[in-house]
Write a protein that binds this ligand. Structure first.
Ligand code: TRP
Length: 337
């Protein structure tokens, strides 16, 4: 079986963007690979080092959401990054193999720095070492488990490329030790927000969370963007630019064809169309929310799953670490390592 590794930052609850952008793909992959799914708490701290309580709570919330979404702990090792010290060890070792210039040129890092500047008005001075270096830590995430295929969205491609460079450099200098990973692009990496923006984002307030109750879903869908040229209830409209139609499609409403033709012919008002979507959305969320409720009421079961997943992950990381120590000649007391 080939090895898959992917990671997700615990910074809040999961929304439909996560579910359709990544989760659905993971559900298809589970069972067919040796699958490591990392809850990247150390990476979350690069942005949230001043708010550890948020990261801690999010680890639990994320684990519950992943299980509720259908990730099967018998098929996937769900584990917590900070419990694998080998990742930190590899990060330090790899940090010699990356120049500062290369890190600053990483398009993902560059973008994120630009966003931070726009958001907080900081200059480059307040960008931390940990933040600029997180691609190195992510290379450690991947290689610690000898990840071959890395399911990600296209925003993560520069990070995979950086990891591949580190692997090549390591192997050139110290002898072939590490595996070069390949990205496995999600077929639907970006899910649009209710406001019509290109990406549903946790902090953008334009998404539906897997844990949203009916009143919240109602409020959000009622405010969703529709064809701005449709003024009256019986005006014909263009479903292709309407977020309500987009979400009917996303959750695979079985009446999709009717929704589309009625919209085009002006036979369906936006309010009715939104009401139908609210009902369908709640039907879609119901089984997920039932499982969320179950796991929230059984936190000890969630703990057991995380512990078992982390134990498996640790075994694999230790094997890698042993090889790495040997290659860079720091395996001083081999029998004890
Ligand atoms: N950087 C990824 C994100 O923000 C999360 C992540 C952490 C990851 N470690 C990883 C993704 C390893 C793939 C492989 O979404």
């Amino acid at each position: 079986m080939r090895t898959i590794l992917t990671g997700i930052r615990p910074t809040g609850h999961l929304h439909l963007g996560h579910y359709f952008g990544a989760g659905q793909n993971w559900l298809k992959l589970q069972g067919n690979y040796d699958f490591y799914l990392e809850i990247a708490d150390i990476q979350a701290l690069t942005d949230n080092f001043d708010n550890p309580a948020k990261v801690r709570q999010s680890v639990r919330d994320l684990a519950v959401d992943l299980l509720a979404m259908g990730i099967d702990p018998k098929k996937v090792h769900i584990f917590i990054q900070s419990r694998i010290p080998e990742i930190a060890e590899l990060t330090v070792i790899y940090s010699n193999l990356v120049t500062m210039a290369r890190l600053y040129r990483n398009p993902t890092v560059k973008n994120e720095i630009a966003q931070k500047k726009a958001l907080f008005g900081h200059d480059g001075e307040s960008v931390t070492y940990g933040f600029v270096g997180y691609p190195v830590s992510q290379a450690a995430d991947i290689t610690a488990f000898a990840g071959e295929l890395i399911p990600v969205g296209d925003d993560q491609l520069p990070l995979i490329e950086q990891c591949r460079e580190i692997v090549r450099k390591f192997n050139n200098i110290y002898g072939k030790t590490l595996l070069e990973p390949e990205p496995l692009l999600s077929p639907t990496p970006r899910i649009k927000g209710l406001d019509g923006s290109e990406k549903m984002g946790k902090s953008l307030g334009n998404g539906i969370f897997l844990c949203d109750d009916e009143a919240t879903v109602k409020k959000k869908i009622m405010g969703a963007l529709t064809d701005p040229d449709k003024i009256k209830k019986d005006d014909p409209a263009n479903p292709e630019i309407c977020m309500v139609y987009y979400y009917h499609k996303l959750i695979a409403n079985e009446n999709l064809k009717t929704v589309c033709t009625e919209c085009k012919k002006g036979l369906r008002g936006c309010v009715d169309c939104k009401k139908e979507l609210i009902v369908k959305m709640m039907e879609f969320l119901k089984p997920i929310q039932e499982k969320q409720k179950y796991y929230n009421e059984h936190p000890e079961e969630v703990d057991q799953i995380l512990l078992a997943g982390t134990e498996n992950a640790l075994k694999k990381a230790k094997e890698t670490m042993k090889k790495v120590r040997h290659s860079i000649q720091i395996d001083y007391f081999e029998e004890n390592d």
